[in-house]
Design a protein around this ligand. Structure first.
Ligand code: PHE
Length: 466
């Protein structure tokens, strides 16, 4: 679970759509001044007020509750109201992201202006909570924003939960941090999952111990506490998922067939060593979360150098889709009673959880759009940004499609791509699948919508339709 997967250019913004940008935008009652970095569509802006994780009986909120139940108060304190607008410092710098990290690219992240963005992960609030020292543990749940493709498992807004646990070496008995952590570990419940954990707790090259700050015993103890805590969380979630999706099983009987999970080494700028946890579910290994021993620099910068601990982050929609067998991520945003009514009452009676019953699948309608990219220089290997250079990011197209056609688009993919051998111009063909979740679209309205998408691509991205 890398924050971003491809190397991208975080250099100065392209002028695309700058002309249509408003001078200020209002988000949750506060006004922000935009600049040429602004790249948030009105659709995405309108979702900043939805807060699905706080909407009673919404599957995202139910999933949050299930996770909270595994991290009890008063050790853990819950933070569910942090504003989605944060500084680049909070989202990246405070967590040790280098200045050229691809996650900062404007093609991937929604910027209000050069220094302000819609958080891309809940880790943006870690430093602030470490500084506050309000409890031994934290759980944050919040909406997060990433420019991405359009398909049934990607949406530009989703929800994450961040968890962190800290211990203060000046406050533990005899100053023995490792012993204190292990004593807390001994107080945690056990489970009967099959856990594969083939790697040592740290490795000098692949997954280093923070030698300047932690003894091997301390890091190993923190890692062990982290792993047990998260295994308990996953056990709770997947035992419930099994019970909900198999009507013959109660949570108790479901646990007779043990779940399989495995720890995989990972990398995050703000933890070391780091891991991902994968769960074997319905025949596949599924990555469910990222975590690790917090970089000591976070605690030092937060003014609490004597504090150490762990952190994790988990995406809620992905888990909710498994828990409730929800087939399309757009459904979470639906206000259709046929969706919402199926979860009513469940937040207070988790044992009543059952799988979502889809309310019929309406027909798909595929439309292609082919165009030449703007610019005339040889496309492929051209990395320059001079006049005429091709500067194409698929996510810009995704954004235009979403903005015009909203949730009636199920997915968008590239079906053809070539460079003209003589002129060097690049041509792309995308296939858009229009399919409403709520009704059958008429031919006329689909054609109209596709026309509007095509026009917007010309206007906003400067392409030439073929
Ligand atoms: N913020 C990371 C992500 O979104 C997940 C994470 C959180 C990893 C906390 C380690 C610790 O991918």
């Amino acid at each position: 679970m890398e924050l971003r997967n491809a190397a991208k250019d975080a250099a100065s913004p392209a002028p695309v759509s700058a002309t249509t940008a408003p001078k200020t935008v209002e988000i949750n009652g506060k006004s922000y001044t935009t600049d040429p970095w602004f790249n948030v569509s009105s659709t995405v802006l309108s979702l900043t007020s939805r807060k699905l994780h706080l909407q009673k009986d919404h599957p995202v909120a139910i999933t949050r509750k299930i996770i909270e139940s595994v991290f009890p108060a008063p050790t853990y304190k819950y933070y569910n109201e942090f504003d989605p607008v944060v500084s680049t410092f909070e989202n990246f710098d405070s967590l040790g992201f280098p200045p050229d990290h691809p996650g900062r690219a404007r093609s991937d992240t929604y910027y209000i202006n050069k220094d302000t963005l819609l958080r891309t992960h809940t880790s943006a609030h870690e430093a602030e909570l470490f500084r506050a020292r309000a409890s031994g543990g934290y759980l944050i749940s919040a909406d997060v924003y990433r420019r991405d493709e359009v398909d049934r498992s990607h949406y530009p807004v989703f929800h994450q939960m961040e968890g962190a646990r800290v211990w203060d070496r000046t406050k533990v008995p005899n100053g023995d941090l490792a012993a204190a952590v292990l004593a807390d570990l001994a107080r945690l419940p056990t489970h009967n999952m099959k856990v594969e954990d083939p790697n040592p707790p740290f490795h000098p090259d692949r997954n280093p111990l923070q030698t300047a700050h932690h003894t091997p015993e301390e890091a190993a103890a923190i890692a062990a506490h982290l792993k047990r805590s998260l295994e308990l969380m996953v056990n709770e979630i997947f035992t419930r998922a099994k019970a909900a999706t198999d009507p013959n099983q109660t949570p108790e009987s479901a646990s007779s067939e043990p779940l399989r999970v495995r720890w995989v080494e990972a990398y995050f700028p703000f933890t070391s060593p780091s891991w991902e946890l994968e769960v074997f579910y319905q025949g596949d290994w599924l990555e469910v979360l990222g975590c690790g021993v917090s970089q000591q620099s976070l605690h030092i910068n937060a003014g609490v150098p004597s504090q150490s601990g762990w952190a994790f982050g988990i995406g809620l929609e992905r888990i909710a889709m498994l828990l409730f067998q929800i087939p399309d991520i757009r459904l979470f945003w639906s206000r259709d009673e046929r969706f919402l009514s199926q979860f009513r009452g469940v937040e207070d009676r988790l044992d009543q959880m059952k799988a979502f019953v889809p309310f019929s699948k309406y027909p798909a309608c595929y439309k292609d759009v082919s165009f030449w990219l703007r610019g005339t220089s040889a496309a492929g290997g051209n990395t320059g940004r001079g006049v005429g250079a091709v500067d194409w990011h698929g996510n810009d197209l995704m954004e235009v499609v979403r903005d015009v056609a909203g949730d009636t688009v199920e997915d968008v993919r590239v079906v053809d791509e070539f460079t003209h051998p003589k002129t060097g111009r690049r041509s792309m063909c995308y296939r858009i699948n229009y399919r409403s979740l709520e009704r059958t679209l008429t031919n006329v309205e689909t054609n109209e919508m596709h026309d509007r998408v095509t026009k917007a691509l010309v206007e906003k991205l400067g392409v030439e339709i073929r």
